[in-house]
Design a protein around this ligand. Structure first.
Ligand code: AMP
Length: 188
């Protein structure tokens, strides 16, 4: 099964993806986590991505697609994948289609976690407090930029996947458990 979790920064994609890993044995493929790992390791990719991420902009499609393509080919991904934070642009969505087509697969569900923009500020503030400010992009100013980018470049994926018939939406204003239950109902 191939699932993508979709939503604005702070919508709860990572939290729900982690639950699906435990519950369904799927592999979480988080493009943001992969980039942060590259930064921590000081790789060339990490160096190129750091300022872009810290500014709240999107890393280039070319870099992201290459990174995801390399990971999705790993043996463990054959048991099923939860995409978390990818695709984030229409170009990435096309690239994902191609990647999966080459393996005789397609995206089963594109699950949107809907959260009001206003609530996201409180959530990101909370995450920053909890992690001791581990993520340089978890602050109100950068979140404003991340949200603008989300509405401009990422939200157009919704009609794309609606047309394909794989878009499902859950109410992300609910508790973590309630959102997880809604996702469970979708996945059956
Ligand atoms: P996330 O952990 O998903 O919130 O991602 C953190 C940051 O990493 C984003 O604000 C982007 O700068 C970058 N990033 C993560 N995933 C992608 C992607 N699919 N395309 C472009 N940039 C990404």
């Amino acid at each position: 099964m191939i699932i993508a979790l979709f939503g604005a920064p702070g919508a709860g994609k990572g939290t729900q993806a982690e639950r699906l890993v435990v519950k369904r044995g799927l592999v979480q493929l988080s493009s943001g986590a992969m980039l942060r790992a590259a930064i921590a390791e000081g790789t060339e990719l990490g160096l190129r991505a750091k300022d872009i991420i810290d500014g709240g902009d999107l890393v280039s499609d070319e870099i992201i697609v290459g990174m995801v393509e390399a990971r999705i080919d790993d043996h463990d991904c054959a048991q099923g994948v939860i995409l978390d934070g990818f695709p984030r642009t229409v170009t990435q969505a096309y690239a994902l289609d191609e990647m999966l087509l080459g393996k005789g697969l397609s995206l089963d569900y594109f699950i949107q976690i809907e959260v009001d923009d206003a609530a996201l500020f409180a959530r990101i503030e909370n995450r920053a407090a909890k992690t001791g400010g581990a993520r340089a992009d978890d602050n109100a100013a950068t979140l404003r930029r991340r949200l603008a980018v989300y509405h401009e470049r990422t939200a157009p994926l919704l009609p794309y996947y609606a047309k394909k018939g794989v878009l499902r939406s859950v109410d992300g204003m609910n508790s973590v458990d309630e959102v997880a239950a809604q996702i469970d109902t979708i996945l059956g």
